[in-house]
Design a protein around this ligand. Structure first.
Ligand SMILES: [Cu+2]
Length: 346
């Protein structure tokens, strides 16, 4: 409310100043001593002042927000992404500074003066060719660089990869790891989703037997990791800002990328001097009212710690009793009772 009032006051003051300027112009016009040259000089000077203050404000804001930038990338691909951002910023930055200086300086230098006349300059082919070809070359370079990075992230992961699955739903991520066999069990379809089968796992697939669900993401440093991303309801987005990775989670499609974590959580805490630091997973798609609660902690550990962690997990099938024989009460409507793999829980 206060901010609104302040804006209103500023707007009113500007309107009053404009009115005063218009009135004084009008009075000068009536009196017959219209000083157009003087006004042009004043406006040109003000534009130069604006240019200088604009650049000072720009530099100050970069300095002010310095501490809020993301720390160095914690994955191999992250450096690639950062390089793309930095290159784009470099080119656009140079163009921005040069064009702004020219824009405001020209407005000052070529202001109205009684003793000179504007030059009629309809076209210049050389100039037009230059300002078409130069941006075309720069843009092609940026796009080729970007595409190369994209293919590196979405190409097939190396054979010794670790796989896990992240399923976005309103409003949480369900994280499924393959367990000790290293292979994720197949999905049987969303119609199999129930309170005891959160993502619709196919219990008839032997690989699903030791799959486990994790509360947070735990990964070993230095190993390639492939993420298989699913969505149950609307589009979500799997976003790991510290690893510079982001991929949409789309219902009906499995999207994937792979990366190699290069810094453990403990190392990053030491580097930043922040013992409370955590890598995190967020949903980067505005997927509904509970969007902001789709946060998970990502912990990067040593391979030994990771193996220990995997072994300590309880398979999901065991937690929900997917392979237990059904109770006698339920046998009446299920002739398959007794086969250990028949484990649909509805
Ligand atoms: Cu979401």
């Amino acid at each position: 409310m206060t901010a609104l009032l302040i804006i209103l006051v500023i707007v009113l003051v500007l309107v009053v100043l404009l009115q005063i300027a218009l009135t004084s112009d009008f009075i000068n016009f009536i009196k017959g001593d219209d000083d157009e040259e003087g006004r042009s000089k004043f406006q040109g000077t003000m534009l130069m002042v604006f240019l200088v203050f604009g650049f000072i404000a720009l530099l100050w804001s970069v300095y002010y927000f310095k501490g809020r930038f993301l720390p160095e990338p914690a994955s191999e691909h992250g450096h690639l992404i950062d390089m793309n951002f930095n290159l784009a910023l470099l080119f656009t930055g140079i163009v921005f500074v040069v064009t702004q200086i020219l824009l405001f300086y020209f407005a000052y230098k070529f202001r109205y003066r009684k003793d000179r006349k504007a030059l009629y300059f309809p076209e210049n082919n050389k100039l037009e060719v230059a300002w078409t070809i130069v941006p075309a070359i720069v843009l092609t370079f940026l796009i080729v660089k970007g595409l190369t990075s994209w293919y590196a992230i979405t190409s097939d992961a190396p054979e010794d990869k670790i796989v896990f699955e992240a399923t976005g739903k309103q409003f949480a991520w369900v994280l499924r790891y393959p367990g000790v066999d290293g292979e994720l069990g197949a999905l049987a379809g969303r119609d199999k989703v129930s309170p005891t089968n959160e993502v619709g796992i196919d219990w008839n697939d032997p690989s699903s037997k030791d799959d486990f669900l994790a509360n947070d993401i735990v990964l070993p440093v230095g190993k390639p990791v492939e993420v298989q991303i699913e969505a149950m309801d609307v589009i979500h987005s799997f976003f790991l800002p510290h690893f510079r990775l982001k991929m949409d989670a789309v219902p009906g499609i499995t999207t994937r990328f792979w990366f190699v974590p290069t810094i453990t959580t403990a190392e990053m805490r030491e580097k930043l001097g922040d013992p409370g630091f955590n890598f995190e997973l967020a949903c980067a798609e505005l997927c509904g009212r509970g969007h902001s609660s789709m946060r998970k902690v990502v912990t990067i550990v040593t391979p030994e710690e990771y193996d220990k962690w995997v072994k300590a997990q309880t398979p999901y099938s065991q937690l929900v009793g997917a392979y237990e024989q059904k109770a006698p009460l339920q046998t009446a409507d299920n002739s398959n009772t007794g086969t250990p793999l028949n484990a649909e829980i509805n």
